[in-house]
Design a protein around this ligand. Structure first.
Ligand code: KDO
Length: 333
């Protein structure tokens, strides 16, 4: 064999081997069920880290977890419909998004109802939740597989004017996420709510298109809102939760053993994220102060009383299942 033919033979052999290799790899990849998740969360948010570090690896033998952050795949609030239509497999849904489709769900958007991360977990696992989850699965084809703790939402403003009661928020352009129930919460707090998608917030605060926003401390840190605001009023008006969702048709493709693995992976990821989020919340008041922000509690009694009254008298409360507020209040945590 000449030097030339020898080289050709080697190259041909290499090409053949690499073709076989990539064929083998893609055949294997094809067998895996692709799980694309879309969320407006940043990739450094604790919920994202929980999923990246604990969910993806735990299901990797049979599923290919592909998360997309910063709402690059689907706009905030459109994910549930995308899953329902079979265009997406997973999302991190809010009770507010669910309440746009199922009015009963607005009970879970009420200010000062849930008390803690533990309370959320217990409510999610309780009988109260069973028919609520079932209606989402039956009518939308979406399974709520686990509960995520986003944290206690506080008011975060550009101005440093002291806020003691809801009356002090009069005329304040407070960005709230886009949907009717979120806007209602902003109004109940005494502010002038304005809908805006999460990824637009930093710039809107920077240029003064809004006077403030509400989110838990870990989100304020992660999205660097502290760079463009002057104070955090510790209103704790909503112990916010999200739900890890998975299309029912996708879930049904898994074998019963795989379903057990997916469920455990989801619960482990959400628990890791919850613990990380709680730890951050306990540390971040000091961090915000170091960054020069004023951080203080307002008259919490005034906020709680005003907000709870607004909800109980609202049109939303008419759709709440009878007796459910009392049942939620009685759940420990
Ligand atoms: C937000 O838009 O302020 C919010 O915090 C609302 C939450 O329910 C949730 O959708 C969250 O955004 C996103 O996951 C981005 O962090």
């Amino acid at each position: 064999m000449t030097m030339m033919t020898n080289r050709r033979a080697v190259l041909a052999g290499l090409a053949g081997a690499s073709a076989m290799l990539s064929l083998g790899m893609s055949a294997r990849a094809q067998q895996k069920i692709v799980l694309r998740l879309s969320s407006p969360a940043t990739p450094t948010d604790q919920r994202a880290l929980g999923l990246i570090n604990h969910f993806g690896p735990a299901v990797s033998a049979f599923a290919d977890f592909q998360p997309h952050w910063n709402a690059i795949l689907f706009k905030q609030g459109t994910e549930l419909e995308a899953i329902s239509r079979g265009n997406l497999e997973m999302s991190i849904a809010s009770a507010q998004e669910l309440s746009t489709i199922f009015p009963q769900w607005s009970i879970f958007t009420a200010g000062y109802l849930l008390r803690s991360a533990e309370h959320q977990k217990n409510v999610f696992a309780s009988d109260v939740m069973t028919p609520m989850k079932q209606m989402v699965e039956d009518k939308l084809g979406v399974k709520l597989i686990s509960v995520m703790y986003l944290g206690k939402r506080h008011v975060n403003l550009r101005s440093d004017k002291e806020i003691k009661t809801p009356a002090d928020l009069a005329g304040v352009k407070l960005r709230m996420p886009p949907s009717e129930s979120w806007q209602f919460l902003g109004k109940a707090l005494g502010a002038n709510p304005l809908p805006m998608a999460f990824p637009e917030l930093y710039t809107a605060l920077q240029v003064g298109a809004i006077d403030g926003q509400d989110n838990p401390l870990p989100t304020v840190r992660d999205s660097k809102f502290y760079e463009v605001t002057k104070q955090i009023v510790l209103t704790a008006h909503l112990v916010d939760w999200n739900f890890l969702t998975l299309g029912k048709k996708v879930w049904d493709k898994f074998t019963p053993d795989q379903q057990k693995i997916v469920q455990k992976a989801a619960d482990d990821a959400c628990e890791a994220a919850r613990q990380a989020q709680l730890k951050l919340e306990s540390e971040l008041e000091a961090f915000m102060k170091e960054k020069g922000l004023k951080v203080y509690a307002p008259d919490l009694n005034a906020f709680r009383t005003t907000v709870q009254k607004a909800y109980l008298e609202s049109k939303f409360a008419k759709d709440w299942p009878a007796g459910m507020v009392d049942k939620i209040n009685a759940i420990p945590g």
